[in-house]
Design a protein. Sequence first.
Length: 209
Amino acid sequence: MGKTHVLDHPLIQHKLTFIRDKNTGAKEFRELVEEVAMLMAYEVTRDFPLEKIEIETPVQTAEAHIIAGRKVGLVPILRAGLGMVNGMLNLIPAAKVGHIGLYRDPETLKPVEYYCKLPPDTTERDLIVLDPMLATGGSAVAAINFLKKRGARSIKLVCLLAAPEGIKAVEEAHPDIDIFTGSIDSYLNDHGYIVPGLGDAGDRLFGTK
């Protein structure tokens, strides 16, 4: 069974405060999102298994540890998820990056895939889905659906903020998925925005409206 993990490290919480602030401009916002993503990568990879190897230090032969053959795939949900990729790559530079593009059908209000490009060995990788906001959960559920249909076996969801409604939607559709977030906020308003939230993450990252 998956769990929801709130990453309450002081550095993450400190930087989230400035990400939320409406007076934070696009340049600083992008830098902060990248930094928080990097800090989150530290926690998301905490359960990676280690294996022992023998190395030569400048002093003597020593037994040491390396990550045990895990291949990682980062999958940002376009477009806001792009803001979290570089931060993750700073700590996991060997990761491959796939992309999933979704839009909401104006009539059915359901997510529709318009783009999906994944590493060819997706089934062998630990996939980390990136999306700053887990609001209704529709996009996250759809992205995980697409990945599972393509044979993915190991998936984690990482977001800056989550609404209780979004967490519930993911838990109901994909009870095996771990969710990592910096905060569980209060609720979704009538426009589907997380409250208190941080506004539209994509617009704030890229300076659009």
